[in-house]
Design a protein around this ligand. Structure first.
Ligand SMILES: Cc1cc2nc3c(=O)[nH]c(=O)nc-3n(C[C@H](O)[C@H](O)[C@H](O)COP(=O)(O)OP(=O)(O)OC[C@H]3O[C@@H](n4cnc5c(N)ncnc54)[C@H](O)[C@@H]3O)c2cc1C
Length: 396
């Protein structure tokens, strides 16, 4: 059997894996990034919406190649049609670009290659390898051939369906209420506002989640829905999405040209995303915003942190859990409070009936928020509906 040897093996070439590969390779480590699919970034499983501010934080220059549309703002609508429209000045960090996600992912993998990482496509990790109890690499099927890749450390960047963490003995299980089932159509020839992302909330529209319209220009938009696992029966995402599209005149002459489904975890991250010789990043570590389901920025950040920590650990040749723990500290310091707060908010908002959601949206549209983000919205809600934020008031 063909056996490869490297310093770091990264499983999954999504944003988390490519960022990790870039930082490991930049730090002088012999880095292999494997991807089970034949093409990085395809098929699409994303609504492609991102805010702008974090790009600088992870060293990504905005590039017209992968920016499909630059948003002016966002619209949030309640079931009875109350809405508030946020212009960019007010929408602050919550508004940004609609991406060409397949090109974005490819751009990140190109950066990893430029830094010196080796990419192996159509290479699917099938298990981890242990020697005397210690993780020493992975097994994979590469272009139909069984191979082994031996490495000092593994980065599991294998997304929502992550198996690598589980194979390594890490508990990656999710509660049903921390699971959102999603369906999206790429609609063409629609009359949606091409400058604003739209979010529709409410139990009768998207139980425990929301419905989105993310425009891509020229009458094209990603129109999708995410609903909470405990509040939906099998196949119901389609029923809700079809009902919305069928009843909205903006889609009267519109047709879907692409359909995709997927799952998003909506917990506040896993208990510990590190063990001896392994780090989990991005969706594999369940590090994703529980309220928006946005995970691209979290994957990029955690990929970068993992790369930096491993480069540091390599200086002492120590990849034990203790040596890799700075990774835990880094992501928790940066994101844990926000993830936890948004997780609590998600749980509470899911309990509200449509009338209360109408009230909330009215309240927010009448309020004088300087910059609209989840934090400020919760502050307004806290004043009028303290019950909604009971138990996590101190985070607001
Ligand atoms: C319907 C939907 C809409 C979304 N919309 C948005 C949005 O608008 N904005 C946003 O920020 N986030 C969105 N997300 C979430 C976002 O897509 C993820 O958070 C993000 O892709 C996480 O990046 P990642 O690198 O951790 O994982 P992924 O992007 O999932 O990458 C994992 C990679 O690992 C590969 N892989 C898996 N198993 C193996 C294996 N055994 N061997 C080799 N390779 C493997 C996969 O093929 C994949 O390429 C959405 C998710 C869904 C499902």
């Amino acid at each position: 059997m063909k056996t490869y040897k490297c310093d770091v093996i990264i499983v999954g070439a999504g944003p988390g894996g490519s960022m990790a590969a870039k930082f490991c390779a930049q730090g002088g480590l012999n880095t292999i990034l494997i991807e089970k699919k034949a093409e990085i970034g395809a098929p699409l499983r994303c609504a492609e919406g991102v805010s702008k501010k974090w790009l600088q934080e992870v060293g990504i220059e905005p590039d017209p190649t992968w920016i499909c549309a630059d948003m002016k703002g966002a619209i949030i609508r309640s079931p009875s049609g109350y809405q508030f429209k946020l212009d960019e000045s007010k929408a602050g960090s919550e508004v940004g670009y609609v991406l060409e996600r397949h090109l974005f992912d490819k751009a990140l993998s190109r950066d990893a290659v430029e830094a010196g990482a080796k990419i192996m496509l159509r290479t699917s990790c099938t298990d981890v390898i242990r020697k005397n109890g210690k993780l020493i690499g992975i097994k994979a099927k590469s272009m139909g051939e069984d191979i082994e890749i031996h490495a000092d450390v593994i980065i599991a960047a294998d997304g929502y369906e992550s198996q690598v963490g589980r194979w390594a003995g890490i508990d990656t299980n999710l509660e049903l209420n921390d699971l959102c089932s999603c369906l999206q159509y790429r609609m063409v020839n629609c009359d949606a506002d091409m400058e604003y992302c739209e979010f529709v909330i409410g139990r009768s529209v998207a139980p425990g989640g929301y419905l989105w319209i993310f425009p891509k220009g020229n009458g094209v938009a990603n129109v999708g829905i995410g609903i909470m696992g405990t509040m939906a029966k099998k196949g119901e995402a389609k029923t809700y999405l079809d009902k919305f599209i069928g009843s909205d005149p903006r889609f009267k002459n519109s047709q879907p040209v692409e359909i995709m489904g997927g799952f998003v975890s909506t917990c506040p991250g896993m208990d510990c995303a590190v063990d001896d010789n392994i780090i989990l990043v991005g969706d594999a570590a369940r590090i994703i915003d529980p309220i928006t389901g946005g995970g691209i920025c979290h994957a990029c950040r955690t990929g970068m942190y993992a790369g930096k920590v491993i480069v540091e650990a390599s200086k002492n040749g120590d990849f034990s859990k203790a040596a890799l723990m700075p990774y835990e500290k880094m992501w928790r310091d940066r994101m844990e409070d926000k993830l936890y707060r948004n997780w609590m908010a998600k749980e509470r908002l899911a309990e509200l009936d449509d009338e209360t959601i109408d009230e909330l949206v009215k309240l927010i549209s009448d309020s004088d928020i300087k910059e609209v983000n989840v934090y400020n919205l919760l502050k307004v809600i806290k004043e009028k509906f303290p019950k909604v934020v009971e138990g996590f008031e101190d985070l607001i």
